[in-house]
Design a protein around this ligand. Structure first.
Ligand code: HDD
Length: 687
């Protein structure tokens, strides 16, 4: 670099004479030097008059806004919803009228408990919130990846969240429910028990946002043009299929890549592999509601798909990453109260409370009532109203009229329109004012049991192990035993396994149920992840561990087989410079071995050259790579030169491992479609 290109401090100068590219202040004034503040002499004090410095620093000092009180860590992406089946007989919502029409969307996935900087694979519920920019206004479906909630009445929400967040005195634990306060609250709130089964299941450690379901949770209403109402529950079904990781893997992913879920989403969309979900509706009427075993206004209950089938009406495709994380993902403001004509609320007390909380929270978070002026929150259809002023007002009403009724005729601004305007469903309401919980909300165990018996044995084991882990983190015996007293009302086997895991020899008395549970609800296969496995490796990732001199034909065959499937292949090598294969071609590395542990892949293949095979066998990260892949029930392919490593890692080959040549790359892919070799877990853990 010449002296001209370097500043006095030796830093590279990046100057331009192009007006378009010229850096300016926020006021638009061109800036000549952005690296040195204005001083009285080269070594003198900085001058207060330096408007360039002051403006830059002032803005930086105010960059942060309060993080969301829950769901602080999230990841947003653009997409669109395409209607596959019109439902005018059920709803007059504009978005549900024309088959093939695409409505733009913005979806934000999140964890609940952790702060903005926490890790992605916490055991936690995932938020799944979608804003539909419909032609009749924004509709926000603010759901989770679990179809039930911990509490029945929104007045308990601050306590629930306080209990799971870091304790107020010590400021930890971060992003976890495995502590006394959470389980204390839950065990004193039996309504939460059903949701804890979901939370202790593998649903709470999804492999990726792309491989999880979403649920609107509450019962809403669909209202048609004649004003007739049906009840509805909304479902998102991932076309990619369901998949989760195992707990030991989750713990390690959090260290290896705390951004695992957001990176996965970014990479998939960046590669053009757009994730899709079908929007399903469960529709039912008053007669069903009156005969259903539980109250349809109780958000701690599901309606099994076997009882009311899920009808698919459209597809959500996520096809664009954000341009700017703060402007879009951070500033997006979801509100459950954002509904459109044709969709309405019910009396679910949790939903009613949410309708207050979301609007209220945006005021605090985004600093004023004009957050709808921020592009990500603004409707994409025309909008006209007389709301004005306030912080950061971007579009105040034009002209002299800002009120109604007015007599200014054509110049009088927007007018009401009873034809297309929102009409609340005229539900009959009467009752005595009282602070009570309906008796019909009192059964807290029946569906918890139903969830448990709907799982495969592997999944049941995981649930028991998760309760054991979490309760083992509770220091107070009374809390552990109180939880156990509830699990005894859910299922004997579960309670026994957890008791054994905790080392409890004398079982407590079962908790006294508010209402006797129904013990003969049938299992519902839709509740299991493994019973609904996709039998595909598309969208998944193979970790291809290569060393110097690896057989090029095997590498190429694996790369081709997995690419044809629609899967990703990441190359892992001993050095980041990559390797030269047997035919002299090279492969660049995506990861050096200690930066790309097997926990970030769905299956692994070890294609090694003879050279240095013994040295690699002694490498600890390489040993961890295979031993973790094995312990996490992943499929493993290898070539002979990898044998010393497999031996050093103590791998006992089984049907989930296979020696691979160029001819059987396809066979390995087919095996990988099962995603995990669960029989190994049975053998390792239970025999
Ligand atoms: Fe909530 C955020 C989902 C109950 C109060 N919630 C928030 C987000 C999701 C949910 C996905 C993140 C939205 C985003 O990405 O910006 N919440 C749920 C579901 C619930 C639920 C599915 C039960 C069915 N929430 C719930 C209750 C209350 C809140 C009962 C309070 C009465 N939730 C909030 C909040 C948040 C929020 C404090 C924090 C940030 C925000 O709203 O925008 O208002």
């Amino acid at each position: 670099m010449t002296d001209k290109e370097l500043g006095k401090g030796g830093e590279p100068r990046q100057q331009t004479t192009d007006r378009e590219k010229t850096m300016t202040t926020a006021q638009g004034g061109p800036i000549a030097d952005d690296q040195n503040s204005l001083k009285a002499g080269p070594r003198g004090p900085v001058l207060m008059e330096d408007h360039v410095f002051r403006e830059k620093m002032f803005h930086f000092d105010h960059e942060r806004i309060p993080e969301r009180v829950v769901h602080a860590r999230g990841y947003g992406v653009h997409g669109h919803f395409e209607l596959k089946e019109a439902i005018p007989e059920l709803s007059c919502a504009d978005i549900f009228q024309r088959v093939g029409e695409k409505t733009p969307t913005f979806t934000r996935f999140s964890t609940v408990a952790g702060n903005k900087g926490s890790f992605d694979l916490a055991r936690d519920v995932r938020g799944f919130a979608t804003k539909f920019y419909t032609q009749e206004g924004n509709w926000d479906l603010v759901g989770n990846n679990i179809p039930v909630f911990f509490i029945q009445d929104a007045i308990k929400f601050p306590d629930l969240i306080h209990s799971v967040k870091p304790a107020p005195d010590r400021g930890f634990p971060q992003a976890q429910s495995a502590h006394d306060n959470f389980w204390d609250f839950v065990s004193l709130s039996p309504e939460a028990i059903h949701m804890t089964l979901w939370q202790m299941s593998d649903r709470a450690i999804p492999r990726s946002f792309r491989f999880m379901e979403g649920f609107g949770v509450h019962t809403f209403r669909l209202v048609n043009a004649e004003g007739k109402s049906h009840y509805v529950k909304f479902h998102w079904k991932p076309k990619q299929g369901l998949q989760s990781v195992v707990w030991n893997e989750a713990l390690k992913i959090n260290g290896a890549d705390p951004d695992f879920h957001r990176r996965d989403m970014w990479d998939a969309i960046d590669a053009g592999d757009y994730p899709q979900w079908d929007l399903g509706i469960q529709v039912f009427d008053d007669e069903f509601a009156d005969n259903f075993e539980f109250d349809i206004l109780d958000a701690t209950k599901i309606i099994p798909e076997e009882q009311v089938p899920v009808r698919i009406i459209g597809t959500l495709t996520l096809d664009a990453n954000v341009d700017n994380f703060f402007a879009e993902t951070e500033q997006v403001a979801f509100c459950t109260q954002n509904i459109v004509r044709g969709i309405d609320h019910t009396n679910d007390p949790l939903l009613q409370g949410r309708n207050f909380s979301y609007l209220d929270t945006q005021l605090k978070r985004l600093g004023g009532p004009n957050f709808t002026h921020i592009p990500i929150n603004a409707p994409k259809c025309p909008f006209h109203h007389f709301q004005q002023d306030g912080h950061m007002a971007m579009h105040n009403p034009k002209g002299r009229v800002n009120y109604e009724p007015n007599s200014w005729g054509e110049d009088g601004g927007p007018r009401e329109n009873p034809e297309i305007g929102f009409q609340s469903y005229p539900a009959e309401v009467e009752g005595t004012k009282q602070r009570v919980r309906s008796e019909t909300f009192a059964d807290h165990y029946s569906q918890a049991r139903q969830f448990y018996i709907s799982q495969t044995e592997i999944e049941q084991q995981h649930i028991a192990a998760a309760y054991t882990f979490e309760l083992s983190k509770c220091q107070e015996e009374r809390i552990r035993l109180r939880m156990l007293s509830h699990l005894m009302n859910v299922h004997d086997d579960l309670a026994k396994q957890v008791a054994e895991g905790l080392g409890v020899t004398e079982m407590p008395e079962p908790a006294k149920p508010a209402r006797e549970p129904i013990t003969d609800l049938p299992p519902s296969d839709a509740l299991s992840i493994l019973k609904n496995a996709p039998n595909s490796f598309a969208g998944r990732k193979l970790g291809l561990f290569l060393t110097e001199g690896a057989d090029a034909s095997v590498v190429q065959a694996l790369e081709k087989a997995f690419a044809d499937e629609g899967a990703m292949v990441a190359i892992v090598t001993p050095h980041i410079q990559g390797v030269t294969l047997s035919d002299g071609s090279t492969r660049e590395a995506d990861e050096k071995i200690d930066g790309g542990p097997s926990v970030v892949f769905d299956a692994v293949a070890l294609v090694f050259g003879e050279e240095k095979a013994d040295k690699i066998a002694k490498n600890k990260p390489a040993q961890d790579f295979v031993s973790d892949a094995f312990a996490h029930n992943k499929f493993i392919a290898w070539t002979t030169a990898a044998d010393p490593l497999l031996n050093a890692a103590g791998i006992e080959k089984d049907e989930g491992t296979m020696e691979v040549s160029a001819d059987d790359a396809d066979a390995f892919l087919q095996t990988c479609r099962k995603l995990r070799f669960w029989q190994r877990e049975e053998k390792l853990n239970w025999e």
